[in-house]
Design a protein around this ligand. Structure first.
Ligand code: CAA
Length: 261
């Protein structure tokens, strides 16, 4: 169980798991085998009630992930890329995952690494984090959603600046621009990420999923459609015992005990 060549998995009793990209010799470059491992792990925990939130981070002191694996891609032909639908596996599996994933960006998040961080639900960053989409230096372009997600997160001007010049954003700029939600001193990043994950894991898992679904809908709909979707989903939460428990606990001035029912 949880034995992967390219990932380290630590399940915590507080209801979260830490997933560490584990190719430190290649700055955690994302190859097909790693994406396969990640997709397999997400399949394994999707229905596991003991895992209610994930933290995704990189091994070593330098990188979250320095991009898709350039050495794996270098000799690929168009026919091979097209047939394999290259990058669809990781991208599509992560976007379908219904529990929160926090990206704890501990260093370089470049190219596919930045895209992987943006595929997570939010990004917390170490002061040493560096974000970039430098694919243009290789004669290519983002390929795991970066041109679309970066633009939605930081706006067209900064996104265009990043992809055309390949410059890196440091953690302070990433937070200012709305790419990272919070920045922590490097040596406190994982402790803080764990606190956040434990806090989310203590909530009603049904409400957590609904909140995630609603916020994600904001990127896919008009405002009117999004508000309508929110309202219906909000109403539906009253079908769950967790709503009764959460509100009763508030009235009775005690801590709620959510059961995911
Ligand atoms: N793919 C494969 N190997 C990589 C890699 C990558 N994206 N990034 C780093 N590595 C490897 C290096 O080749 C090196 O291996 P060797 O020791 O075998 O030579 C090892 O990791 C350490 O890297 P460096 O010696 O380069 O470390 P550094 O500290 O001098 O530089 C860096 C760090 C600036 C991040 C530099 O490694 C770098 O520029 N990496 C590539 C960044 C990049 O271009 N990312 C985009 C990739 S394309 C992409 O992601 C496509 C997409 O959108 C889907």
């Amino acid at each position: 169980k949880d034995a992967y060549e390219n990932l380290l998995i630590e399940r915590h009793a507080d209801g979260y798991a830490v997933v560490t990209l584990n190719r430190p010799e290649a700055l955690n470059a994302l190859n097909s085998a790693l994406f396969k491992d990640l997709a397999h792990f997400l399949d394994a925990v999707e229905d596991d009630d003991a895992v209610r939130c994930l933290i995704l981070t990189g091994s070593g002191d330098k990188a979250f992930a320095a991009g898709a694996d350039i050495k794996e891609m270098a000799d690929q032909t168009y026919a091979q890329m097209y047939k394999a639908n290259f990058f669809s596996l990781g991208h599509d599996r992560i976007t379908r995952f219904r529990k929160p994933i926090i990206a704890a960006v501990n260093g370089f998040a470049l190219g596919g690494g930045c895209e992987l961080a943006m595929l997570c639900d939010f990004i917390v960053a170490s002061e040493k984090a560096k974000f970039g989409q430098p694919e243009i230096n290789l004669g290519v372009a983002p390929g795991i959603g970066g041109s679309q997600r970066l633009t939605r997160l930081v706006g067209k001007s900064k996104a265009m600046d990043m992809v055309l010049t390949a410059r890196m954003m440091d953690a302070a700029e990433a937070e200012r621009a709305g790419l990272a939600s919070r920045v922590f001193p490097h040596d406190q990043l994982m402790d803080e990420a764990r606190k956040i994950a434990a806090r989310i894991a203590a909530q009603s898992p049904l409400a957590v999923m609904a909140n995630k679904e609603m916020v994600n809908a904001a990127l896919e709909t008009t405002l009117t459609q999004g508000v309508q979707f929110e309202r219906r989903l909000f109403h539906s939460l009253f079908a769950f015992e967790d709503q009764k428990e959460g509100m009763a606990a508030f009235v009775e001035k005690r801590k709620p005990e959510f059961r995911g029912k």
